[in-house]
Design a protein around this ligand. Sequence first.
Ligand SMILES: [Zn+2]
Length: 129
Amino acid sequence: MTGQGLETVSTAKVWTRDSASAEKRSVWTALKRGLRGRCPRCGEGKLFRAFLKVDDHCSVCAQDFTPHRADDLPAYLVIVIVGHLVVPTVLWIETDYSPPVWLQLVKGAVVGVQWALRMHGFDEQNPEP
Ligand SMILES: [Zn+2]
């Protein structure tokens, strides 16, 4: 031991408002480009390489897409939006039109088809455990 303490140099990049790039970014423009499935920076390259699979980088401007962290927010937003459209529609149909019970009860038809096709436990020759 030489008695000298080890000196470590951190290479981690710490984001602060002062260290942020001077590049101006319009949230509205980026949102519109993202809705079109295009690169938020140039608006030309494709954002997705497959269905809901974000590409690693833009094929036009080489913007790196790997830092994105969308996680469950897209699924959450879809559920909130669809829920606000579907639930009132179902309630409106139920209260204004009162469809007959037979129309609402398709479960009986499903059970009938399963019985006819000897599915699940309906096959006497090969009962499921
Ligand atoms: Zn781009």
